[in-house]
Design a protein around this ligand. Structure first.
Ligand SMILES: [Zn+2]
Length: 286
């Protein structure tokens, strides 16, 4: 796999674009509770992309390349200390302009890894992807929204059991803490086993006030104490396999629609953040 930013323009121009797949990670610098770093979503997106690129190159005659990650993302709750969020409109525009630049370089298979599950972010990215595809013909996909909604490869029984026992783990809980423990234990601060469980249901996740109340003085929404390195290995592996399936199917332009279909995109009120009055990032002074 190649880092496009370390190549010369001439080298990039000479790449066989029919066989090249370009990866772009877009995720926020955002608070992740007391025990995970601000770059958690970027670290996850980079780990999953690298894993997928290695696997894709091993099993197919393709060449994968990537850009440095773009720490640009939209989020529905901005008020917690430590987050650098952008509006849905800005996120859409950055994604659109990055994609158009990469398309103009000649790439025909461009994958956006939006490793931040917030619908505000997914919708902004998918809107950019759709606009590019309408303008230039199908050339890009952002599969994470569908993967976060369960469209990917089926997880192991162990993960399914954990998901059933400790549901409502949305942010910096056992899922993300496990993922980072697997990527590099030094990213995770001691004490995650002592953090209290937060109390919020999936239905309450649409209410920002309820989210902030559940975050309390900590910032997580979930149960970090159930995290483990082994769980993280399985979660990351599942994500990598799902991305591989999405990307290779997209590359062949067969059977990739389920990864292109983000259920929440169809819910129009979720697009309200594109309007200037509703879409302002609410920053709070410390
Ligand atoms: Zn996260």
């Amino acid at each position: 796999m190649k880092d496009l930013s370390l190549m010369t323009w001439k080298e990039i121009k000479e790449l066989d674009k029919e066989k090249s797949i370009a990866f772009i990670v877009m995720a926020p610098i955002e608070e992740h509770g007391w025990c995970l770093p601000l770059a958690t979503d970027l670290i996850e997106g980079e780990n999953w992309s690298r894993g997928a690129m290695a696997e894709l190159e091993k099993k197919n005659s393709v060449e994968c390349c990537y850009l440095p990650s773009f720490p640009v993302a939209a989020a529905s709750v901005n008020e917690f200390y430590g987050s650098i969020h952008f509006s849905m409109k800005t996120t859409f525009e950055v994604a659109y302009e990055v994609l158009e630049s990469v398309r103009f370089m000649g790439f025909k298979h461009i994958v956006v890894i939006a490793s931040h599950a917030d619908p505000d972010h997914q919708i902004a990215i998918i809107k950019a992807v759709r606009k590019i595809n309408r303008k230039h013909g199908i050339c890009t996909i952002a599969p994470m929204g569908a993967i976060f909604m369960g469209a990917g490869v089926e997880p192991s029984d162990e993960i399914k059991k954990l998901e059933a026992e400790h549901e409502n783990d949305f942010h910096a809980g056992w899922v993300e803490t496990s993922s980072l423990l697997d990527i590099d234990e030094s990213f995770v601060r001691d004490g995650y086993k002592d953090l209290p469980d937060s109390d919020i249901s999936d239905k309450d996740m649409i209410f920002k006030k309820k989210q902030l109340a559940a975050m309390g003085e900590y910032g997580h929404m979930g149960m970090p104490r159930f995290a483990s390195k082994e769980t993280g290995r399985q979660l990351n592996q599942n994500c990598i396999e799902s991305i591989c399936e999405a990307v290779i199917n997209f590359y062949k332009r067969t059977d990739y629609k389920k990864y292109d279909d983000y259920f929440l995109y169809k819910i129009l009120p979720l697009h309200i953040g594109f309007l200037k009055v509703f879409g302002k990032v609410r920053r709070v002074k410390a």
